[in-house]
Ligand binder design. Sequence first.
Ligand SMILES: [Zn+2]
Length: 365
Amino acid sequence: MILPVEYSECRQRFIDAALTARLTTYVLPSEAGASGETLSMDTAYIGPDAPKRLLITLSAVHGVEGPAGSGIQSQWLRDHADGKIDLTPDTGVLHIHAANPWGFSHRARTNENNVDLNRNFRDLADVEHLNRDFDEIYDILHPQSPESDVIKQHLAALDAKSDEWGLDRVMNTMSAGQYRHQGALDFGGSEEQWSVTHIKKAVEPYLKTAIDVAIIDFHTGYGDYGETVFLCFNEPSGPAWRRAEEWFGYDTINAKAINPGGEEKTFKRPDYSGVIAAGLHDMTQALERSVTCVVEFGTYPISEYMGDVLRENWAYRGGVRDQREDIVEAFARQFAPLDEAWGQSVLAHGRRILDQAIVGLGKIS
Ligand SMILES: [Zn+2]
């Protein structure tokens, strides 16, 4: 496979590609991988000890979505080793591989505590009141059985709620983050997770000197098949937003709504809470000089994969996730298709995006 999907194979490729990089391994304590393997977040850094310009990439914040970002990072490292990439002497590049190693290996979007890490990077002292709407659709999102007719009823109820509330409000409720239901979907956690702590550790030495920064976090699940959707986390129309437009294109950055792909209706971008890229942005020295984007690669329409999302969470809540290979595998393929053409498209886009960021960083005087 051009994009292998197994965590251990992806990790090995990353390490093999990182020959010319400074490699750091953070072992996740107390958890093993699906095949008993050690789990770790690994970082590969290339550049001076005190970079002025810095590109940070992340893969597998949503574990199961990891193959795309992992493949892009490994490709970049190989390109660099082959002498195909020009960096100014003051530019550093830090790739953070498998930010959520448990989810990558066990084919989950969440981590070992059912926390969505991309809702966890924030002050968690006073979050329980957030997203009260979630309680109102809790029953719709959490079926008591994985049977097809039951799932269909729940999806129909979700459609009916969209008619009543509007799609924007339903999508916001489902995805903004919630902090009251531990076993449920979209749970942001009650304390900072290991991954967030170690991502902060990994970036801190480089952010001490870096002034101009680009943060790119790779995900999958929104957009047309194999194509990109950018979610820019800078102040809209501020200096960093303008910089992102220059690098990646005006239309790419200024989409008014999220196009989830296929014939699906677009919806207003949810008011995400605790996003990792946004948290990293806030750690940078000059906020108006830090371009911060989540890049999504489209797989299938939400209406096609929502049933698998409900089933996978049902299996988690019921404590039968390990026994339901059928459910977990169907879920995983929605976010990491086993399709060479999809993988080729992801890698081609990924190479271009990182090139645009590096060229953009290099041009800043
Ligand atoms: Zn994601």
